[in-house]
Design a protein. Structure first.
Length: 283
């Protein structure tokens, strides 16, 4: 039963990618990029990556959280990639590097991740502080499943931007490695920064998933229950959180609570994931 429930949750997350793409495009804290589609794609991919889910590592080793500089009070405002590359490399080389970055982005969109990685590796050696290069390389490693390499680049992204927009993906990298302390630290940073309800929900789902991975099901339930109340106007991130909480209820044997949440979701959107099937199975 637990395996079937977990599988349903993964399918729901994958089916919700379109919504995540639209919402994360609005969450950037930096100025608009040139062209804007490139920035939107990076923001969309942040959510896309979380939606894929990972298989967490199982290890008896206890990892301490990395030492990190505190985040600034507000994210830094940085120039767009074209300007940054020209400043770093000069007009001619910067223009060619910008074209290469766009080529890497197209390869990424086409899911040619090895091609994207090859291009970005050459760029990051020459322009290690251009945010878009670092960010896209981190997300490319994530999609390939190179959790350590992805975390390394996304940590640099955190330091360069002073923001939390990639924290759910970064936390998921550590979740995959069983680095629970880092997941907790990043979740605390994201929660404290509170950049927006949708992004905080993504982080909360990763944090709760990490607790469940450790067998701390009661703590995972409490994390999703904290501050939860049925909203007057349900948005998709409310439905996703309710679905995840209902899934944990079912997996932990709290069937009446799971049924109640799935019934509420179905009343708002009967086509949401497989909620109708889950209600039937619980009944």
């Amino acid at each position: 039963m637990a395996r079937r429930a977990a599988g349903r949750l993964e399918r729901e997350e994958a089916e919700d990618r379109d919504w995540r793409r639209e919402q994360t495009a609005e969450r950037t804290t930096r100025p608009d990029r040139t062209p804007p589609e490139r920035s939107d794609r990076l923001r969309r991919e942040a959510a896309d990556a979380v939606a894929r889910g990972v298989s967490p590592a199982r290890s008896g080793r206890v990892h301490r959280a990395l030492e990190r500089q505190p985040l600034p009070d507000a994210p830094r405002r940085l120039p767009d990639a074209d300007v940054a590359l020209r400043r770093a490399l000069g007009d001619g080389a910067g223009s060619r590097a910008s074209a290469k970055l766009q080529e890497a982005a197209r390869a990424f969109d086409d899911e040619r991740f090895n091609d994207s990685r090859r291009i970005l590796n050459s760029l990051v050696e020459r322009a290690p502080e251009v945010v878009e290069v670092v960010e896209l390389l981190g997300l490319t490693h994530y999609r390939i499943g190179n959790w350590k390499a992805a975390a390394k680049r996304l940590e640099v992204f955190r330091d360069l931007t002073g923001g939390t927009e990639q924290h759910p993906v970064l936390a998921d990298c550590y979740r995959a490695q069983g680095r629970w302390a880092d997941v907790e630290v990043l979740w605390t940073e994201l929660r404290d920064a509170s950049p927006g309800a949708a992004l905080v929900t993504e982080g909360r789902l990763v944090a709760a998933g990490a607790l469940a991975d450790q067998g701390r099901m009661a703590d995972a339930v409490r994390e999703l229950e904290r501050g939860w109340s049925v909203p007057k106007r349900a948005r998709d991130h409310h439905l996703r959180r309710a679905y995840a909480l209902g899934d944990l209820y079912e997996r932990s044997g709290a069937t009446p609570r799971a049924r109640e949440l799935f019934r509420w979701i179905a009343s708002r959107n009967p086509d949401f994931a497989d909620v109708s099937d889950r209600l039937r199975s619980l009944n």
